[in-house]
Design a protein around this ligand. Structure first.
Ligand code: ZN
Length: 461
């Protein structure tokens, strides 16, 4: 293990802790989230190829309702702008004759001119399906998958509409997810060449409301059995986690980039992994009731999600999902069981848990979008064989940036464990062997908001 050197003794530039986000987090409403889920489920089906003319049933009614919600949140003089974003996609395995895919997107521009070009996304897919991916008329309430994620997106837009952040926040409700990530793919591809707004991080919420289905409780004493799914709220554990999935090797890696990752041993240090670590740090700072469970894997087996469409287009993106999934309720036809409808219905969504997930998303957005940009070109100088480490990086272009912190960890640790403030310097030599640890650098501003970490790569000169 690394000795905890260079911490207290050398903190020459004390950096304030980031301000607490408690006041905004307290505005997230369980009741509002529950109303959003109920309203979305009440459209009967939100299948991507379902009716678009009706005002009460089908995906057309659902998307108009979501847009009306975004529009209603804008205060007088507010800057939140919502639109229906339409793409024609060619025929494919789950769109036999092609389709018109309509996402609902709301943009809240950043308040600092030089930070507003960076965009952070919160995403949920509002389309749904039942047991047959091609059943366009049968009921598909999709309360957990993914009215829950959509409800989070809508609720965060409500809270932030009156409190814009320094960078731009985009609230994206996608369609066509169940037909092959079609809405997210079309949106992400349309942003690849966009110079006016750069996607810097995507929080995809898919299946975030129903955590109790297959919760396995470990035995209290050796020899006792595991128990499943406590139905009595009194016996449930007080705090639950939400899983954060992130890719290791970026999907866009060509052979040259893969060779570079191999030589650096950077297979755990993609930008999406740095975002996952960042979420864990924010959860610690803000003491969120729902804590992240970091999973170093792109997604669950046999399942996919919209974050992958963003990864595919070269963007940093992670997925939030409940700790335990009940597969008997997902992608299922609603059938009676014990005299009640059984399937992906609102009764199985826990608004208190969902509010916890929403607050973790909100806290992450507040920190990301108020922090300076992550440092560019972070390098470890490897010109000569030495037992110390010289790091350098580019100065920040943002006027409220106040300095940088070098972070490092043992090669076997998942999270950054050590930090040294270096003030406004853009180079430092540390008496630690670069052969033995991973290094990164993050920027901070005068308020104490930290950027995500940029992983340090080698440079011979
Ligand atoms: Zn889903």
């Amino acid at each position: 293990m690394l000795p905890p050197i260079l911490l207290a003794a050398t903190l020459a530039f004390p950096v304030p802790p980031a301000p607490t986000s408690a006041a905004l987090l307290a505005q997230v409403s369980e009741q509002r989230l529950k109303q959003n889920i109920d309203a979305l489920a009440a459209f009967g089906t939100r299948h991507t190829l379902s009716d678009t003319a009706s005002d009460t049933r089908g995906i057309g009614a659902a998307r108009r309702w979501i847009k009306s919600q975004f529009d209603s949140f804008n205060p007088a003089g507010g800057t939140l702008r919502a639109e229906l974003e339409s793409f024609d996609v060619p025929k494919g395995p789950r769109v036999p004759t092609g389709a018109n895919i309509v996402n609902v997107v709301a943009v809240l521009p950043g308040t600092r001119p030089e930070s507003a070009q960076r965009a952070y996304y919160v995403v949920g897919h509002f389309d749904s399906r039942n047991g047959d991916a091609m059943d366009v008329t049968g009921d598909a309430p999709g309360a957990n998958d993914d009215a829950s994620g959509t409800a989070v997106v809508i609720e965060l837009a409500r809270v932030l509409a009156a409190h814009p952040l320094e960078s731009t926040v985009v609230f994206l409700c996608t369609a066509g997810e169940e037909q092959g990530l079609l809405g997210a793919k079309a949106h992400a591809e349309s942003k690849v060449a966009d110079k006016a707004l750069t996607i810097r991080g995507v929080l995809n919420n898919d299946i975030v409301g129903d955590p109790w289905g297959h919760l396995r409780i470990p035995p209290k004493a050796p020899g006792e059995p595991w128990t499943l799914s406590p139905t009595d709220p009194a016996t449930r554990p007080a705090n639950l986690t939400v899983r954060i999935f992130s890719e290791g090797l970026p999907r866009t890696s060509d052979p040259e980039r893969l060779a570079r990752i191999r030589s650096l041993a950077a297979e755990y240090d993609s930008p999406s992994r740095q975002l996952a670590r960042y979420i864990a740090s924010v959860a610690e700072i803000e003491q969120t009731t729902v804590q992240p469970a970091i999973i170093f894997r792109p997604d669950r087996f046999l399942r996919g999600g919209d974050h992958s469409a963003f990864n595919e287009a070269g963007f940093t993106a992670v997925r939030f999902t409940v700790p335990n999934e009940d597969f008997s309720r997902q992608h299922a036809d609603v059938k009676p069981r014990d005299g009640k409808p059984y399937g992906d219905v609102p009764e199985f969504v826990d608004p208190a848990y969902l509010a916890g997930v929403a607050r973790l998303n909100l806290a992450t957005l507040i920190h990301l979008a108020n922090a300076p940009d992550a440092p560019a070109n972070v390098q470890i100088l490897t010109a000569n064989l030495t037992n110390d480490s010289t790091l350098r990086w580019e100065a920040s272009k943002e006027t409220d940036a106040a300095g940088f912190e070098v972070v490092w960890r043992d090669t076997t640790q998942w999270q950054w464990t050590h930090v040294q403030d270096v003030g406004a310097a853009t180079q430092i030599t540390l008496p630690i062997s670069k052969d033995n640890v991973f290094f990164g650098v993050r920027a901070y501003d005068k308020d104490g908001y930290r950027s995500p970490v940029t992983f340090a790569v080698d440079a011979k000169k």
